[in-house]
Design a binder for this molecule. Structure first.
Ligand code: ME8
Length: 515
């Protein structure tokens, strides 16, 4: 049943296929996966999109280097990103490739709309271009590198380009963009990034070159032989292609557009927060509700790069530490929006403290006591005492706090709040000491274990978006039917007397092998 459900559309950047996926790509898609899973559990109809950006000079050059044609090259490398979804347990509803026919049609239609609106004109471009960033730069932005080379702020090398080109009248959109940021203060998050975007726009916008003629790997510009679209206009359009554009009457378009969140890294914020809404406004298409720009991961303090040779492969991490452990670490360790540093010590710390000592141990203590002392059945509680009520209340209030954090993409805060309740449950068990009650007051022991099991049920339900497999195991151990794991079921309570399976530890401690 989907009718009547509110809709939620979340997108990742589409990744360039010149490279194999690394931790940075996994991070962005993970954040979106958690939002998508959270919203599904919260009763939304969700569309979660990821995919690959397959055109442009960079991909064409990588294919040449690999000695194969660009289409075969992109087929091969795009598959790596699909494999990443499988590896990381991403629940994307669609995977778009910009070489698909549906996308070509959508880009060409958007282009026609921009032409009709009078926002595209033919001119010629003479200036700097960085193939690695697929971006144009003004001379004033560049630094001098060795041998007279020009280097972009990102570190990418620039080349001089002179060619006939179509331009988008970006200069005419400054005021309307500023109005958009004023009227929708959360259009760009975090707030610091919004300020950067606003001062960039206030500094004055230049018209944007949006076609290329010196290579051929791209979407042909309609009615303009020899021109292909600038890869960014092609790439950004993926977000509307995937919901049916140009058919704006399509069910998916009407349901999901405008998107709720475009999740991106801070490197590509300008494209999403300036160019993209300008294209859409010019074409008469509603603008998305939010662009969230997250920070940048380094590896043990160093910039992640192929040249340095310190690229972190998601598969290696998952093999070493376990999938849900990696998912938890990435979202818990760094305030979402800030830069973060990956370190083995930090992930091991989180695994052993937050997961093994705190949550894992809580579940293990409670479930094994129930197995031994309550006939392996959900215990029958007596009347609750104030300390029972306190823990149950803290647990019951969690969803609304976590929801508010998720709605602002503050994953680390959501997790901190969940773990506060985990901690409260640990203090409660220490204080109530059911192992002592076993002899002195078995009825009270049963109540304490019931309160704890019920709290664990709710904690596990709320934590599912971040650690879907581990929480499924925890809920299996509480005999919760898979149909009773969404947020609407939080209010139901464990049924006393329900038989429970033999408990198994969920979060083992990580013991580093001796070198
Ligand atoms: O820019 N830390 O694709 P791309 C955090 N095709 N995130 C990182 C990261 C790191 N060290 N490295 C990469 C493109 N990312 C375009 C996008 S969208 C219409 C077109 C993530 O393959 C982060 O999300 O270079 C960044 O924005 C994205 O990968 C860049 O991926």
């Amino acid at each position: 049943m989907t009718a009547g459900k509110p809709a939620y559309y979340v997108t990742t950047p589409i990744y360039y296929v010149n490279d194999v996926p690394h931790i940075g790509h996994a991070y962005t898609t993970l954040a979106c996966d958690v939002l998508a899973r959270f919203k599904r559990l919260d009763g939304y109809r969700v569309h979660f999109l990821t995919g690959t950006d397959e055109h442009g000079q960079k991909v064409e050059q990588s294919a040449e280097k690999a000695g194969i044609d660009p289409q075969s090259f992109t087929d091969r490398v795009s598959q790596n990103f699909r494999d990443l979804s499988k590896l990381m347990n991403f629940s994307n509803d669609d995977f778009i490739r910009t070489t698909e026919e549906r996308h070509k049609r959508s880009c060409q239609e958007l282009w026609r709309k921009l032409v009709e609106a009078g926002d595209i004109y033919l001119g010629s471009y003479a200036g700097w271009y960085a193939v690695r960033d697929e971006a144009y730069y003004a001379e004033s932005e560049l630094e001098d590198g060795p041998d007279g080379r020009k280097i972009a702020p990102s570190g990418a090398e620039c080349e001089w380009v002179e060619e006939e080109s179509y331009f988008f009248r970006l200069s005419a959109w400054g005021d309307r963009l500023l109005k958009l940021y004023e009227e929708q203060p959360d259009f760009v998050l975090p707030a610091g990034r919004r300020n950067e975007v606003m001062s960039f726009v206030k500094g004055g916008l230049k018209d944007l070159s949006i076609s290329r003629t010196t290579f051929g790997w791209g979407v042909p510009v309609p009615d303009a032989p020899g021109h292909i679209m600038y890869v960014w206009i092609d790439a950004l359009t993926n977000y509307i292609t995937a919901v049916g554009y140009p058919d704006t009457d399509a069910e998916n378009f009407k349901t999901f557009w405008p998107a709720d969140v475009h999740m991106v890294g801070k490197d590509i914020l300008r494209f999403h927060a300036v160019y993209w809404p300008a294209f859409l406004m010019a074409a008469g298409v509603p603008t998305p509700k939010r662009v969230f720009a997250h920070g940048w991961w380094t590896n043990e303090g160093e910039k992640i790069s192929k040249t340095v040779g310190n690229v972190i492969a998601p598969a290696d991490l998952v093999e070493r530490y376990g999938l849900d452990q990696v998912r938890y670490f990435l979202l818990r360790e760094v305030p979402f929006g800030n830069d973060g540093d990956f370190s083995n010590k930090a992930i091991i710390g989180r695994m052993n403290y937050d997961l093994a000592n705190q949550f894992g141990n809580l579940a293990q203590r409670v479930l094994s006591m129930i197995a031994k002392n309550c006939d392996a059945k959900v215990p029958q509680p007596q009347a609750f005492e104030p300390e029972d009520e306190d823990l149950l209340r803290a647990t019951a209030l969690l969803l609304q706090d976590v929801r508010a954090d998720m709605d602002r993409q503050q994953f680390h805060q959501a997790l901190t709040k969940i773990w506060k309740v985990v901690s409260a449950a640990n203090s409660y068990i220490d204080h109530a000491a059911p192992w002592t009650l076993k002899k002195t007051d078995p009825a009270r022991m049963a109540t304490v274990l019931y309160v704890l099991a019920e709290s664990i049920r709710q904690l596990a339900i709320i934590t599912q978006p971040v650690m879907p497999d581990a929480m499924a195991t925890m809920l299996d151990q509480l005999s919760i039917d898979p149909s009773e794991r969404d947020f609407a079921c939080l209010e139901r309570q464990l049924k006393p007397g329900a038989p429970l399976p033999k408990p198994e530890p969920i979060f083992p401690r990580f013991v580093e092998e001796e070198a």
